[in-house]
Design a protein around this ligand. Structure first.
Ligand code: 0O2
Length: 260
């Protein structure tokens, strides 16, 4: 059969010298051992990412349930939308290289807390802390780390609440405790972060003027978030006052019913 030219794999097998060497049982054993080791590492990585993916889905489902339950009792959704992502191999290796961590699967599990990421977009700032509180109440979740970039924004202007959760993933071999990074932010904070990520983040932009303008956009958005929050709080107070008034009027009407 004709073999395509330039196919190096096939050429190797045509090379009688190499084929002769492969007949050497010691060399063959070394090659098989090497291949076995590589496959073990690949399988460990696959299992790690499988657990990360499962943990991410568990957290997303929990958030959806909390949102629905909140809507049933308070008649509004605290969560506007939820996004999930598994960190890419390139991004994992880049992060580890930057920190000088040896790229092993054990190190990935130990040092890279955002293999699984869940982003929760809320309408109002207080919704973010409500969701955090509801997550903290879940017995099977543990909050390992908390960074509040809303109270203390990053120098760039970045605002969000970051939580590293530990989630038990039930697998045939036992429970695998798996980390998930949850980023909670308002629609406004997300708008800023998405555009800033495109324009500047990881690009080492050093134009002071543009950096200042990006930061001031973040401040304008933060003030708008505060104002929207305050409008909603006032509206709710007004609605509650009206409800209280209705209740009193209803009682008065009942009181006014003429006696027989
Ligand atoms: P990507 O591409 O979004 O995944 P850690 O994640 O804890 O290992 P670090 O830097 O201490 O490392 O975490 P930090 O500061 O809490 O931020 C992690 C994530 O927050 C980033 O993930 C971004 O998603 C987001 N983030 C942090 N700072 C900024 C910022 O200035 N602008 C924008 N747009 N996003 C930011 P990654 O893995 O760096 O990137």
């Amino acid at each position: 059969m004709e073999r395509p030219e330039g196919n190096t794999t096939l050429k190797v097998f045509e090379d009688t010298e190499i084929m002769d060497q492969l007949q050497d049982p010691r060399l063959m054993q070394m090659l098989l051992k090497g291949a076995n080791n590589v496959l073990d590492v690949m399988l460990d990585y696959k299992q790690l990412m499988f657990a990360a993916s499962a943990a991410m889905k568990i957290v997303k489902t929990k958030l959806e349930i909390l949102d629905t339950e909140f809507k049933m009792t308070h008649n509004r959704d605290p969560i506007h939308s939820i996004q999930t992502r598994l960190k890419s191999q390139a991004s994992i290796l880049e992060k580890m290289a930057k920190r000088g961590i040896e790229p092993t699967t054990e190190n990935m599990e130990r040092y890279v807390s955002d293999l699984a990421g869940v982003r929760v977009i809320c309408g109002y700032v207080d919704d973010i802390y409500t969701i955090e509180h509801l997550l903290a109440e879940q017995d099977d979740l543990e909050i390992l780390e908390r960074k509040d970039y809303i109270v203390s924004p990053k120098k760039s202007g970045y605002r969000s609440l970051h939580l590293i959760l530990q989630v038990p993933v039930f697998l045939p071999g036992g429970i695998r405790k798996t980390k998930v990074e949850v980023q909670l932010r308002t629609i406004g904070m997300d708008f800023w972060a998405a555009l800033e990520h495109e324009i500047r983040y990881k690009k080492n932009l050093d134009n002071e003027m543009l950096l200042k303008r990006l930061e001031s956009c973040a401040e304008v958005i933060a003030r708008t978030d505060q104002e929207m929050q305050s409008i909603r709080t006032e509206m709710e107070a007004h609605e509650n006052q009206q409800k209280d008034m209705e209740l009193i009027l209803e009682k008065l009407r009942r009181f006014d019913v003429p006696l027989p």
